[in-house]
Design a protein around this ligand. Sequence first.
Ligand code: FE2
Length: 277
Amino acid sequence: MRSLQEKFQKDGYLILKDLYSAEACDQLIQRAQELASNYHFEGHPTIFQTQEQSRTSDAYFLSSGDKISYFFEKDAFNENGELKNDLFHSLNKIGHALHDLDPVFSQFSRSPQLKALAESLELQNHVIIQSMMIFKHARIGGVVDVHQDASFLYTEPGSCIGFWFALEDATIENGCLWAKPGGHQTSLRSWFKRSPLGGTEMVMLDETPITIDGMIPLEVSKGTCIVLHGLLPHFSKPNTSGKSRQAFAIHTIDKTTHYPETNWLQCNHALLRGFAN
Ligand code: FE2
């Protein structure tokens, strides 16, 4: 029988059913609702109508690495910049330091079973650098274009590994992940970084297009963890169904690698911790 680590090296992803109980998933969903209900939206612009709005939104995003910040769906606002729905159902995600700043998310991120999984994958040098509550609400949850996570958490050498948790069943209808087995055996195409001119830029490292040929839907049940290699291209379709597809994701890097100061996400690396509680 192939070890988990061998399977991960071969496929670029792993699916671990029932890593978390339904209760643990519900607790996270409830906590995210509480956070959202305590969030007082003061109109930081997330639609880019003017240069000033673009700058303010960039600053909010770029400073979110060590905060709990709130990001909206792109279709959440009307032409006057007002929310079309209630605030909770307008949110795309909350990030990017839930794993350190919120006790409920921290406990989920450093559970005994996740620690054991990381040990079996020999990730003893990996630390959690980012986390996101992803809502993918019914009907408004937007597309996530095909990408490699290592573009957003660039290290030298590459080391990014993601852990994606289905807090609800994820199906083709409500926008599950898609990926190709073995798709990680490829080059890193781009690097999303801070631009010297301010804001961010996507720098091309390899112009070879990423094709979605051979990608399959990763339909998983509530409580499943999908481990994603940083080079594995993946995407999800918009949620046009009547059921939300809430997920929590954490991303890890090897703390012994070089993490450029020009990476979009910045935080205090001395404080980064692994999976041990
Ligand atoms: Fe991703």
